[in-house]
Design a protein around this ligand. Structure first.
Ligand SMILES: NC(=O)c1ccc[n+]([C@@H]2O[C@H](COP(=O)([O-])OP(=O)(O)OC[C@H]3O[C@@H](n4cnc5c(N)ncnc54)[C@H](OP(=O)(O)O)[C@@H]3O)[C@@H](O)[C@H]2O)c1
Length: 268
């Protein structure tokens, strides 16, 4: 399953970072292990990292920056997001600059609006993002948590760049995106990035995942991840090597069409 993001060839899934180095505020006690976990994923073929300025008030980006320092930057694909209180032009330009500083890089591969904010005209935000592309600080722009009409507005506002991606919550327990937003993104050539793709590991109640997994000698998490990969680019988070190994195991097989259909049509 060769994957592309914004037209660039990337690993079959990326790694998320929510909770790394704290949640809403920084927690620095475990930084070394967190850096090592990200490096473990990179050393095992993952080259996409998803983060955000909001995570641990910027400390997560600092940890990502430490983790990627020794790697060939051009081989990595770094996604970060601007928080929705920074969507005015000057705020966004400043937020991007600070993210780059924390990440220790001169550019991010994909810069996303984390959540929509109806009190700021989308044209202003997109225009500021396009300036960043013009300067070379950002290679692609996109959105997150946008519904169809919000995404359409963002696409209409874009003048010199395409809206390349929409990052949304999509997992086996939340398949509603298959009805509207995913088809719209597919039609509009907007990559769908799936967050919380393994339901935070809480999938024990999905007996069907276990049953189908038996056919492939795969765990329920691997089936759930493989399922989501069919129509999106997932970014599961893990800071544990054994969990990362399990996630990587989802790449060892491809769900047969009939199993995919059974999973898709199952109503919880
Ligand atoms: N755009 C947005 O608004 C938004 C919102 C939410 C998330 N995100 C992004 O999407 C990423 C992924 O979403 P998420 O972190 O909410 O959820 P997730 O990836 O579905 O689940 C992460 C949780 O699952 C655990 N886990 C990972 N592998 C496991 C395994 N093999 N077995 C059991 N548990 C496992 C992790 O714990 P361990 O670390 O202990 O393995 C972690 O607690 C985030 O990290 C973030 O980058 C974006």
């Amino acid at each position: 399953m060769a994957k592309t993001l914004c037209g660039q060839s990337v690993s079959d899934f990326g790694i998320g970072t929510w909770g790394i180095g704290g949640r809403s505020s920084p927690e620095t006690g475990n930084d070394k292990a967190q850096v090592e976990a990200i490096r473990y994923a990179l050393d095992n073929g993952i080259n996409v990292i998803d983060t955000a300025e909001m995570y641990a008030s910027g400390h997560t980006e600092e940890i990502v920056g430490r983790a990627i320092k020794e790697y060939d930057r051009e081989k990595l694909f770094i996604i970060t997001k601007v928080w929705n209180t920074h969507l005015r032009s000057l705020d966004l330009l400043k937020a991007a600059e600070q993210s780059l500083k924390r990440l220790g890089t001169s550019y991010v591969d994909l810069y996303l609006i984390h959540w929509p904010n109806p009190s700021v005209p989308i044209a202003e935000t997109i225009s500021a993002m396009e300036k960043l592309v013009g300067k070379g600080s950002v290679r692609n722009i996109g959105v997150s948590n946008f519904n169809v009409s919000e995404l359409q507005d963002a696409m209409d506002a874009a003048k010199t760049c395409e809206i390349s991606a929409n990052q949304i919550e999509y997992n086996y327990g939340k398949r509603e995106p298959e009805l509207e937003i995913i088809p719209f993104c597919e039609k509009s050539n907007v990559d769908v990035i799936a967050y919380t793709p393994i339901m935070k590991g809480h999938i024990a109640s999905y007996d069907l995942l276990r049953k189908i997994g038996q056919k492939y000698n795969a765990t329920p998490i691997q089936i759930a991840l493989n399922y989501v990969m069919k129509r999106s680019y997932p970014i599961p988070k893990s800071s544990k090597k054994n969990h990362i190994d399990e996630l990587l195991g989802a790449l060892n097989f491809r769900l047969r069409e009939q199993d995919y259909t059974v999973l898709r049509d199952y109503l919880a």
